[in-house]
Ligand binder design. Sequence first.
Ligand code: 4VN
Length: 324
Amino acid sequence: MVFAKISQVAHYAPSQVISNDDLSLIMDTSDEWISSRTGIKRRHISKNESTSDLATEVAKQLLEKSDYEASQLDFILVATITPDSMMPSTAAIVQANIGAVNAFAFDLTAACSGFVFALATAEKLIASGAYQRGLVIGAETLSKTIDWTDRSTAVLFGDGAGGVLLEADSEKHFLAESLNTDGRRGQGLTSGYTGLSSPYSRENVDAKFLKMDGRAIFDFAIRDVSKSISELIEESSLSLDDIEYYLLHQANSRILDKMAKKMKVDRQKFPANMMEYGNTSAASIPILLSECVEKGIIKLDGSQTILLSGFGGGLTWGTLIVKI
Ligand code: 4VN
């Protein structure tokens, strides 16, 4: 039997930082409002780096940390809702930038669940025995899709990228998974949605911006996602105590408070970094994982069990339990 293992982690964010106070100069909002309701203090905003530039930086770091050459990679998956273009994919641009000549590459679109869906996909590519190793990256430049006149969404999002090197291993690391979609509720969170056939339609140009029914998504996270995570833990015959850290999508600190309470998990077990990055959609979980490894609270030595959970547009939600 062959299994998949996360052997390296890395993250990168653009250097320009915009504080809540900075935002209050250009729209009717305040640091008090944003931090008390979301936990967000700052976000990194790209000036002239594209999503593929952020993802390429992560890919280079992952290779540097490993002993592999780019040519030894078998695949590159990029989870993003802000690709440089629809074609070529952001993953293909990264493949060219790093010279991963033997890797196939494609993007995966599952909003804030994108990284978890991509990691679950990549794990199966390796566990099938067909491929030895690849990169799984979540990367976003959400700042380009935000309506900067809409204070209800503009304050929430930021840019960044994170990723992992996944490779074949003789031990089992991916213990349990639950991947879900409810397309019937998809209208609560949209980007590039015109109600017509294509985001390229000339009508409704404003509709291309990210839009969110905050209440509906808030309720979805607390009700459906908490339940799904609790059920997965129960089914996997693990106890809450077996899981050392819960790395959840970094949308909103208050939502994490409520989810922890609902799941009866100590909030201390939920690391958070939305104060620094805001919500970076598909990038939020791998950035958080990489920072936790950097700080030494998570080690890539097989000694800890952690849970990763993404949830958002689609609607999509997905959880992985990993012996990391
Ligand atoms: C998952 C979630 C969110 C999200 C939903 C609501 C929300 C983030 C609404 C109330 C508002 C503060 C902000 Cl749970 C977004 C995504 C998309 O990545 C995924 N913030 N808020 C208030 O008035 O307190």
